[in-house]
Design a protein around this ligand. Structure first.
Ligand code: PHE
Length: 344
C-alpha cells in the first residue's frame, strides 16, 4: 500500500513542476491532458480503487480523492495566474504603444536621373537667357548631316555610326545638332536655344559607350558673336553645374564639320588639384564640343554669314552625370535598376 502513497507523492511533485514550467495556455492545456485528462495520470491512479479491499478503500479512498481535488485546484490556480499575467501584459503593451514611432513604409517615387540632369542643365541655360526647344528623334539625312555641312560621302559620317530606317533618307538622329537647323529655320534672329534629347548610334556598348544616350545642344546667333562669348558661356556653365566659382576652362582644337573653328572645351577637374581617377590624372574634364557656326550652315538656313555669326556647343548628359555622381557605367542609366536609380 506504500506504493499508492508513493505514487500520489510523485504525482503531486511532478504536477507541481509541470505547472510551474507552463507559461502559455497551450502548454497548460498539455499539462491538463497529461495529468488530469480522461486517460491522464490521475485517471490511472484512481483506477486502482476498484481493486482495493473494503478496508483499504476506507483508508486510501479519501486520500486519493483529496489528491484529485488538490490537483484540480492547483491547475485552476495556475490557469488564473496565467490569465492575470496576460491581462497585465496586454495593459503594458497598450501603455507602451508609441503612436509616434509608426512610420509608413511607402515607396516614394522620384524623377529619373535623366530627367534630373536635363532639368538641371535647362535651369542653368534658362538663367542665361536661352529658350528650351525639343527636336524629333527620327530625322532626315538633310537635318542630321547635309545641312550641318556633312554631305553624302563626307568621311565625318563614319564618325557617327547611324541607325538608318527602312524609309530611304530617314534615320535615328546621331546627335542633337539638327536642333540647330530647325531653330535657325523657324526663329527670328538673334536666337539662343538649348535643346536636350536622346540620340542613337549603332555601336558596340561598353562602360562608356551606349547605343542610346542623351545630348544637349546649345546655339547662339547674333551680330558679332565671337569665341570670347562662347568661352564665357562655357565657364558660366561649368561653374554653375558644379556650383564652384573657382573652376576654369581651357580650349583645344577639335573637328566638327558644322563649326569653324572647331573646339574641344575642357573644365578644370572639380575633384582634385593635381590629378585624380575622374580626370584621368590630367586635372581636366571634357566639357563641350563646340565652335563658331560654319558659314555653310548659316547659308543653308538662309542666314547671311557676313551679317551674323554664332556659336554652337554640344555635350553628353550621361557623361556629365557620371562625373558629378561618380557613376562608372553609362549603361546603368536605362537599366531600370531601382537600387541604382534610388540613389539620385
Ligand atoms: N554634335 C557633336 C557631337 O555629337 C557635338 C557638337 C555640337 C560639336 C555642337 C560642336 C558643336 O559630337
Amino acid at each position: 500500500m506504500n506504493a499508492i502513497k508513493n505514487n500520489l507523492e510523485t504525482f503531486k511533485q511532478e504536477l507541481k513542476v509541470a505547472l510551474e514550467l507552463a507559461t502559455s495556455p497551450t502548454q497548460l492545456e498539455e499539462v491538463r491532458i497529461a495529468f488530469l485528462g480522461r486517460n491522464g495520470r490521475i485517471a490511472t491512479i484512481m483506477s486502482v480503487i476498484k481493486d482495493l479491499s473494503a478496508e483499504d478503500k476506507r483508508t486510501f479512498g479519501p486520500e486519493l480523492n483529496a489528491c484529485k481535488v488538490w490537483a484540480e485546484l492547483a491547475f485552476q490556480e495556475k490557469k488564473e495566474t496565467l490569465i492575470k499575467q496576460e491581462i497585465l501584459r496586454d495593459t503594458m503593451r497598450k501603455q507602451l504603444f508609441d503612436v509616434t514611432s509608426y512610420k509608413p513604409q511607402t515607396l516614394t517615387g522620384k524623377l529619373h536621373i535623366y530627367t534630373q540632369i536635363i532639368q538641371e542643365l535647362e535651369d542653368i541655360f534658362i538663367s542665361m537667357g536661352y529658350d528650351i526647344v525639343d527636336g524629333p528623334e527620327v530625322e532626315t539625312d538633310y537635318y542630321n548631316f547635309q545641312a550641318l555641312n556633312i554631305p553624302a560621302d563626307h568621311p565625318a559620317r563614319d564618325m557617327q555610326d547611324t541607325f538608318w530606317l527602312d524609309t530611304p533618307g530617314m534615320l535615328l538622329r546621331t546627335q542633337t545638332s539638327p536642333a540647330q537647323i530647325h531653330a535657325m529655320e523657324k526663329r527670328e534672329l538673334p536666337l539662343a536655344i538649348f535643346s536636350p534629347g536622346r540620340v542613337y548610334r549603332c555601336e558596340a556598348t561598353d562602360a562608356s559607350h551606349d547605343f542610346m544616350f542623351t545630348q544637349a545642344e546649345g546655339l547662339f546667333i547674333d551680330k558679332k558673336v565671337s569665341i570670347a562669348n562662347l568661352m564665357a558661356t562655357a565657364q558660366q556653365f561649368l561653374q554653375k553645374f558644379f556650383d564652384r566659382k573657382d573652376l576654369a576652362i581651357r580650349v583645344r582644337p577639335g573637328y566638327f564639320p558644322f563649326v569653324e573653328p572647331g573646339l574641344e572645351i575642357d573644365g578644370s577637374c572639380p575633384f582634385c588639384v593635381a590629378g585624380c581617377s575622374i580626370c584621368k590624372k590630367t586635372g581636366w574634364i571634357e566639357l563641350l564640343g563646340a565652335g563658331l557656326v560654319h558659314p555653310n550652315v548659316l547659308r543653308y538656313c538662309g542666314i547671311d554669314p557676313e551679317k551674323y555669326s554664332g556659336f554652337a556647343f554640344g555635350t553628353g548628359l550621361e557623361r556629365l552625370a557620371m562625373i558629378k555622381h561618380g557613376i562608372n557605367d553609362i549603361r546603368l542609366f536605362h537599366s531600370s535598376k531601382i537600387d541604382f536609380l534610388d540613389q539620385f
